[in-house]
Ligand binder design. Structure first.
Ligand SMILES: *[C@@H]1O[C@H](CO)[C@@H](O)[C@H](O)[C@H]1NC(C)=O
Ligand SMILES: *[C@@H]1O[C@H](CO)[C@@H](O)[C@H](O)[C@H]1NC(C)=O
Ligand SMILES: *[C@@H]1O[C@H](CO)[C@@H](O)[C@H](O)[C@H]1NC(C)=O
Length: 368
């Protein structure tokens, strides 16, 4: 009897552990299946020899810098203070892949081959059609209108999502991103702001590029569609900028993020194969959280590259704050923090290379 009761208890405990923080009211067959598939994907995306990836990354940086030294570095100096009129410069290997190519707009999907580091396999919607967001509204969470960002994000098939014009999108509740999607803000000034967060949960292969994400608030939850076949009740969302939950092959590039209610980008619950690059982060307390729990050993497979980001004004801590996994923090520029820049617990491996730290004028903040 006792054994039986204990089994029952631990099953119950596991089920509720899986629920906690997932914002899923009912862990129905749909979510159960997605969670299992996502875990299998994460395990497959995990690289048993992470230093092979960091070495490759570093080689690419050296090559880009040596090529840039002959030409573009000089150009960068001569256009200082006039950056919109000067020669295009791309001094890192990710940007060099697409950025200064005049016809990049006609070859948007080239970007899908440009990721480096642990998120290198993220190709987003490369195999899909272009979908153009024409409508910034977000007033139907169950049957989103064609033309809205939400309609594109929840589709099952791959899509390369672009924007017809500048817009501010205020999400009424969490935006559930499905697998095989690129959200490509290039060519428009797109803000996801003043509403709920972007959620990447139990999916794979997502690129978010060139979007401003700020002033994100907790959502109260409700009935939300996450794919053409499924909707369900979601509980309160935290108000992260981007929440990555049990997902793999994710690349966040050239986004600017600030002033959200919880983290700017959180990656938790067995998420892996992630690159966060070329982003500008400002005005925030808990900046990047990789692994939320000291007791969730599932986060041991977490592998994340944080590269070429500018951690700017008004940041306090967690740039990033790491647990369990393997983290390559490389060539970032830290110009301000109040408490600390990089931190970790639960024996994470953190390789910090080529970062520039400009410590604030307080003695305790200069501690390494
Ligand atoms: C840079 O210029 C030097 C001298 O002109 C040349 O030897 C070298 O091959 C160049 N490097 C690259 C990467 O183009
Ligand atoms: C995403 O695309 C990959 C590669 O084409 C495919 O194997 C996978 O099944 C797709 N995922 C979903 C959920 O459709
Ligand atoms: C770890 O993953 C397993 C398999 O999906 C799951 O059952 C378990 O709840 C996870 N552990 C935690 C603490 O979330």
């Amino acid at each position: 009897m006792w054994i039986h009761a204990e089994c029952f208890f631990s099953l119950f405990f596991l089920a509720s552990a899986a629920l906690s923080g997932a914002n899923i009211e009912e862990f129905d067959d749909h979510w159960q299946k997605k969670a299992e598939e996502a875990l299998a994907r994460s395990r497959a995306a995990y690289h048993p020899d992470p230093e092979a990836i960091t070495n490759n990354f570093n080689k690419a940086v050296h090559l880009a810098v040596s090529q840039a030294r002959n030409s573009t570095r000089r150009a960068l100096r001569s256009v200082r203070g006039n950056k919109f009129k000067g020669t295009c410069v791309a001094t890192n290997p990710i940007d060099r892949c697409w950025r200064c190519q005049k016809n990049w707009m006609n070859h948007r999907k080239k970007l899908a081959t440009c990721a480096k580091g642990f998120g290198r396999n993220a190709m987003g919607g490369k195999n899909g059609e272009l979908y153009v967001v024409t409508d910034p509204s977000d007033d139907d969470l169950v049957n989103p209108r064609y033309g809205t960002l939400r309609w594109g994000a929840i589709q099952d098939r791959p899509l390369w999502i672009v924007f017809a014009r500048d817009m501010i999108i205020r999400l009424s509740e969490e935006l559930m991103i499905n697998s095989n999607k690129t959200i490509d803000g290039r060519g428009a000034n797109v803000h996801i702001a003043f509403g709920a967060q972007i959620t990447i949960q139990f999916v794979h292969n997502v690129i978010i590029h060139g979007i401003h994400i700020h002033d994100i608030k907790p959502g109260s939850g409700g009935i939300i569609r996450d794919s053409p076949q499924h909707f369900g009740i979601r509980t309160k969302s935290d108000g992260d900028g981007i929440s990555i939950y049990g997902s793999s092959d994710i690349w966040i590039d050239h986004c600017s993020l600030r002033n959200c209610a919880d983290g700017l980008i959180d990656a938790i619950e067995g998420s892996t194969a992630i690159t966060i690059s070329n982003c500008h982060l400002t005005h925030h307390n808990d900046v990047l959280l990789f692994g939320a729990s000291d007791s969730n050993e599932n986060d041991s497979i977490m592998q994340v590259t944080v590269a070429f980001n500018h951690f700017g004004k008004g940041l306090v801590q967690r740039m990033p704050r790491c647990r369990w996994g393997f983290f390559h923090i490389v060539n970032n520029d830290y110009t301000q923090w109040l408490m600390y820049a990089i931190g970790g617990s639960q024996h994470p491996t953190i390789i910090s290379q080529g970062n520039r730290f400009v410590a604030p004028r307080m003695l305790f903040s200069k501690e390494v």
